[in-house]
Ligand binder design. Structure first.
Ligand code: SME
Length: 152
């Protein structure tokens, strides 16, 4: 497990890099794709890094990096829907113990889901990150990823 200070520094560098490069377009798909690519390639623990977006009451996959994922998540089930319904970031140290967890890839062992907010304080999607390690995510990931998603 990487030292918390080093991890925090790495996130701060990613944040300032994103601040610089996310000024080319207001397009949210382009911005989500950029965030997913940068996070995925800078964070060795990230096995799947991407977005699920609310569309007519369904959670549909958005830009992502990693192995093939479910395109549509069964309603009100799993980690992404729970984070969205509870309107808060969820850290799941062992996905096999999470009731209703949706296993798009059986190699994932821990997961973190961060809601995306619009200006009216509604949740319009989530950032979802899976790891092959158990207990891969901490409050350092939570605080930094919650900041990073505000850039989208
Ligand atoms: N595990 C998620 C589904 C999405 S995949 O992890 C990419 C869930 O339970 O909602």
């Amino acid at each position: 497990m990487i030292n918390s200070d080093l991890l925090n520094d790495r996130y701060k560098r990613i944040y300032s890099q994103l601040q610089k490069i996310l000024n080319q377009t207001e397009n949210q798909t382009a911005r989500m794709a950029t965030v997913a690519a940068l996070l995925h390639h800078k964070m060795p623990r990230f096995f799947w890094t991407g977005f699920y977006i609310l569309n007519q009451g369904n959670l549909i996959v958005g830009p992502y990096q990693g192995p093939l994922a479910c395109q549509v998540l069964e309603k009100n089930k799993g980690v992404c829907w729970t984070a969205l319904l509870q309107r808060k970031t969820l850290i799941v140290p062992n996905v096999h113990e999470f009731p209703g967890h949706i296993a798009c890839d059986s190699r994932s062992n821990s997961e973190m889901v961060v809601p995306l907010w619009n200006e009216s304080k509604e949740v319009w999607g989530v950032l979802d990150i899976d790891s092959q390690e158990f207990d891969a995510f901490s409050s350092v990931d939570k605080e930094n990823l919650e900041e990073i998603v505000t850039l989208i």
